[in-house]
Design a binder for this molecule. Sequence first.
Ligand SMILES: Nc1nc2c(c(=O)[nH]1)N=C([C@H](O)[C@H](O)COP(=O)(O)OP(=O)(O)OP(=O)(O)O)CN2
Ligand SMILES: [Zn+2]
Length: 136
Amino acid sequence: MAFEIKVRKTFSASHQLRHASGGCERLHGHNWVCLVYVCGDTLDRNGLLVDFRDIQAALTGVIDELEHTHLNDLAPFRILNPTAENLAKHVFEGVQKGLDENRNNRARVSRVEIFETEDCSAAYFLPQEAASGIAT
Ligand SMILES: Nc1nc2c(c(=O)[nH]1)N=C([C@H](O)[C@H](O)COP(=O)(O)OP(=O)(O)OP(=O)(O)O)CN2
Ligand SMILES: [Zn+2]
C-alpha cells in the first residue's frame, strides 16, 4: 500500500503540431490542465507525504516558463513536437527536479497528466516497479 497526493494547475499557451494533419499544424491555443501525482510509502512525523505547497512551488516553477508562450518557441520544443504527451514528460521531469532539491527521498512524482481539453489528455508515469522501489 502507498500514499498518493495530487496537485492541479492550469496554464494557457499556443502551439502548432509539426507534420500533423487536420489543422493541428495551424497556430492555435489551449487552456491546459496539469495534474501532478506524487506517491510514497511513508509519511513524515506530521502525517504528510509531501507538503502540497512544495509540489505547487515545483509545478509553478515549470509552468511559469510555459504560461502565455508559444510552446514551439521554447527550447524543449524547438524540435520536439509540443504534444500533450511531450508536455507531460517535460512537466514530470521538471517537478521531480524541483522536489529533488528538497531532498525528500520518501516520495516522488508518479504521474503527470496533461489535458488539452476536458475530453483529451495524455500522461507520463513511473513504471510500477520503480514506484515500489522508493526509499522507506
Ligand atoms: N495524442 C495526441 N493527439 C493529439 C494531440 C496531442 O497532443 N496528443 N494534439 C492535437 C492538437 O493539439 C489539436 O489541438 C487538437 O485539435 P482538434 O482535434 O481539432 O480537437 P479540439 O478539441 O481542440 O477541437 P474541436 O474543434 O473542439 O474538435 C490533436 N491530437
Ligand atoms: Zn492543440
